[in-house]
Write a protein that binds this ligand. Sequence first.
Ligand code: FAD
Length: 506
Amino acid sequence: PLPFLFTRRRLHQPYNSLTESDVQIFSEILGHNPSLLLQASDPIVHAASTDWTGHYWQAPARLLLRPQTTAQISALLAHCHQRRLPVVPQGGKTGLVGGSVPTVAHEEIILQLQYLNQITALDPVLGIVTCQAGVVLENLQDYCANHSWLVPLDLGAKGTCQIGGNLATNAEGPYFRKYGCLAGNVLGLEVVLADGRILDYNYRLSNNMKDNTGYKWHQLFLGSEGTLGIITGVTLACAPLPRSKQAAFVACSSYDQVLLVLQKAKQYLGEILAAMEFMDAAIWKLVEASGRHQMPLSVETILSESAVQEGGPFFLLIDTHGSNANHDQEKWQTFLEAVQDDILNGVLAQDIKQYQSFWQIRESANPTVAQLGYTYKYDVSLPIAQFQDWIQEMRLERLGPLARNESSSLVNANWGHILDGNLHFNVTTIGKREVQKDVLDALEPYLFHSILKRGGSISAEHGLGQAKNHLLPSVHDEHTLDLMRSLKALLDPRMILNPGKFLPAK
Ligand code: FAD
């Protein structure tokens, strides 16, 4: 029986434990620089082992590596591959599905990308930028803006997330409709495979806008959440920096009015319409109560003056990007005239400072609920016309019975990129930091089934990580899952990259 037991053990425990000799080899690769190799007792490792939401925390990782070059990553991975040591790549750690932190089952080494932070080229004529994966998104945006180019991605976590993390999660933000998806703007990519091989897709030949010479393998890595390879560099096509920006917040009494305003914004603002963001009354009130923002409209004032649909008033942040302020002003004027009977109230930003403050209100939605307590976050897409109907379904059928027991501690607050049919549905248990089983059971799996039944997606932009990977079998058929597993086996045969994330266990 002994050999049988031995085989079983190996099948169930495919990874080796880290040894002193592994640490010595890593240290050598990193030039014996102590700031690039940190062990569990270091507070930095402690912080790196829990995610932005605080939901995913097991114990400090045994080791954290901070390579400075692609060659170092290649050598580190070659050793991990050879020794079967699992690795979790970590960018800015702003992911919301627990993808960038170790799991209790695997004891991964954390591989941080933050020192690959060079912007290496910007073509001033074409607006093509080449940079390393660890560049913080906002730094890349600022650099490109200084040269009159716009990075075709923006999101609330821009001050912390890295372009490599954005690519690994295939992040999208409010400007998806205006500037296209991130993947569509990627012209080149550098990736290190699990065994240390370095792949280069037009990364060094940065100005190739068209290339039809083979499989577009680089696209596989976008959205693969660190399970197929480590992204180390990218070449991105930027858009011209808009010379004219304008934004308004409008309040609507019903969701039908929201849809009408959306339709008219598309018709009247046309090509300059850049983003349209939805916030319901609950999130508006929470942001207002945080006291950190000068709110242009007040829920209480609106409610005292008008009758609104349950969940309302509803707020829309409408943003335009153009190249000629006079032209844009004319468009805004005709748009505002067209919607004056469809809205309760509206405020047009008076200058760029107010424009920015409008966006800060919208972007503070996530941190505001995160500070209040444990938040059950659902990033879903569904037909735009159904947002409010679905929210009401969840409130009545799932949260209603709970709210009667815990009325003071449960808040449902929602916002989203309405132009893309992307809703962020959030349930926060105020003052509580742990998962409440009754709340979770009320929401899951019912919520996911209900989204799928309506033809939506259970993860519109945040990905799967360890929060949603178990749901893949209800989304994709067995052939698709087999294909995904085959790709994983081909690119990472020893399964060392980000185990326990993205793909469900067979
Ligand atoms: P991390 O969180 O560090 O990692 C995310 C995943 O990518 C992990 O699986 C990790 O292993 C992997 N990874 C990281 N870097 C690499 C690399 N170089 N190579 C391979 N794998 C890697 N997301 C949106 O899509 N749209 C939004 O509008 C949006 N708004 C947000 C607002 C706030 C306030 C917050 C906190 C988050 C928001 N997010 C949003 C989620 C998050 O910011 C994105 O998922 C972001 O792209 C993650 O980047 P990161 O560098 O923080 O990656």
